[in-house]
Design a binder for this molecule. Sequence first.
Ligand SMILES: O=C(O)CCC(=O)C(=O)O
Length: 243
Amino acid sequence: MDLAQDEGAHLEIALILVAVVVGIALVGRVALVLHARRRYPIRELPGFLSDEECAHLIEVAQPRLRQSTIVSDGERGTLDTQRKSGSAFLDQAGDRIIQAVKRRIAAATDTPVENQERLQVTHYHEGERYAPHFDALGASGLDTGAAGDRVWTVILYLNDDYTGGATVFPRLRRKIQPSKGKAVVFRNLTSDCARHDPLAIHAGAAVHGGEKWLSNQWIRERRRHRPPAGGQRRPKKTSRRKR
Ligand SMILES: O=C(O)CCC(=O)C(=O)O
């Protein structure tokens, strides 16, 4: 074998080794993502809301929209470039449509209505988005109080006449395509509620054309509101859950 042949053989062996290493890394990556997807199911419920319900939520929210904020370093109400949108929390008192939507969410998630926060409606203009984040408040250092943290998130898509704006779960390599009336349900906490689930990180991708409307229902570990006067009271908790 002359020198040129020798070098050629070495190059071939090196290329084969690189291909084997890259192949193993890719297969490993795919296996990890498949495992993560199996461990972390996301439910998609098409047709969860009617067109009338979607229109109603937008109509009630529109005059109440304020620039969206995030929870950061244990503080609520922080303005931050990672979340660009407008949003409004809606009261259910006296609104039969919102009450019906909340009851449906409670039934779909097998959780009490009393554990729900107020419904939030979010509106994105073209170019706006929400960078990857956790909905669990403990993940941002907030003291979550007696109701505990946000166990579940239910996203409701209120329109779909825009481009871009998918909901993305980067660690699952999963993109949820919004469609009007669809609900998406995912869990924010580990099964023992001790901390946030790292797979729950998600984002609202930038809207490329048009405007995007959605609603968030966050569901806490325990009830949030006092029962009406004369109603049954739960015994007071004496110890806080570790988080
Ligand atoms: O815009 C989206 O698709 C996701 C919204 C979201 O994650 C949120 O509002 O917390």
